[in-house]
Design a protein around this ligand. Structure first.
Ligand SMILES: [Zn+2]
Length: 307
């Protein structure tokens, strides 16, 4: 199962933060000398700006953060972090993290263009995370849920032994406590640096979800850009409800591989959330800014009979 070539996802390049261009047509006025002790206030707030890749508007970073990393002009969903999602979805102070210190080990002593051990160190430093998923129990609206949130910033959200184990454990904890499970996915697939160990996570996580479902407990899967390969082939596609953020890329193999294999032209919009919703794989497309409210409503409905 090939990991998605990162270049096709277009996510490796973080939008550079740029300062706004200076106003070019400022009228030339003789400036009076500023008297000592006074500071001139400028209209442009100090801070960093980000250019939206979709509508090309400049967005003040603070405004972007406050809007949950969704462009206020065109609703483009920027990449966000697991902790930011948890903060926006769960009730304040309600989230209790599980297995916070679980870390991947380089069992295969994998080396290639870059050694796996070095990559792990680099990504831990870059993201402040131990691995690509945060799990725990938290409250959404009035419902306690077993929650797992993946973070694409850590090695492309790839699923290795730690991601698989943490997801399995939180689903098992939800089963034991008779809680619904919510998993927010964002992943390039199985973590190839762990070889077969990463592939085993597909079966392990799927089995835990099957057992959770057999106890008549609901599981909601939320897909975000991108959710592909091994993660899509396991827990991400097993939700009783499968919802997605707008325009997320969802799929198993990459479009190039599929095109080469089937020797046919792929339809327009192939592997987008909207395309898959039309064909019944996804139940709803929900903007990030409405996700908490909608999840809370779905949980009200699904948990009506839980005792
Ligand atoms: Zn935009």
């Amino acid at each position: 199962m090939a990991e998605q070539p990162k270049k096709t996802l277009g996510l490796e390049t973080v939008e550079p933060a740029v300062t706004p261009p200076p106003a070019e047509q400022e009228p030339v006025i003789e400036k009076k000398p500023v008297s000592p002790g006074t500071t001139r206030k400028r209209d442009i707030p100090q801070g960093l700006w980000t250019k939206c890749p979709e509508c090309e508007e400049m967005i003040f970073d603070k405004e972007l953060e406050e809007n949950e990393k969704v462009c206020p002009h065109c609703s483009h969903h920027f990449q966000t972090t697991a902790y930011a999602r948890i903060a926006s979805l769960t009730e304040p102070e309600s989230f209790e993290e599980f297995d916070a210190d679980m870390m991947s080990v380089d069992t295969l002593e994998f080396t290639g263009t870059a050694a796996y051990a070095d990559k792990l160190v680099k990504h831990r430093e870059k993201t402040g995370l131990k691995d690509a998923v945060i799990t725990g129990i938290g409250r959404i609206g009035s419902h306690e849920v077993g929650l797992a949130v993946m973070d694409f910033n850590f090695l492309g959200g790839s699923m290795g032994s730690v991601v698989g184990e943490k997801i399995t454990r939180i689903v098992e904890a939800a089963t034991e406590r008779r809680l619904p499970a919510v998993i927010i996915s964002s992943s390039g697939g199985a973590r190839m640096y762990e070889g077969m160990f990463s592939l085993m996570q597909l079966a392990k996580t799927s089995a835990a979800i099957a057992y959770h479902g057999r106890q008549k407990l609901p599981y909601i899967s939320v897909l975000t850009h991108p959710t592909t390969a091994g993660v899509m082939a396991s827990y991400a596609s097993l939700g009783d409800l499968i919802i997605s953020e707008p325009k997320a890329m969802i799929g198993f193999a990459g479009p190039r591989v599929i095109k080469d294999t089937t020797q046919s032209e792929l339809p327009e919009g192939f592997q987008t959330a909207e395309f898959l919703m039309e064909r019944g794989l996804i139940d709803a497309i929900i903007p990030r800014t409405e996700l908490k409210k909608r999840l809370s409503e779905y949980l009200d409905y699904l948990c009506g009979n839980l005792g």
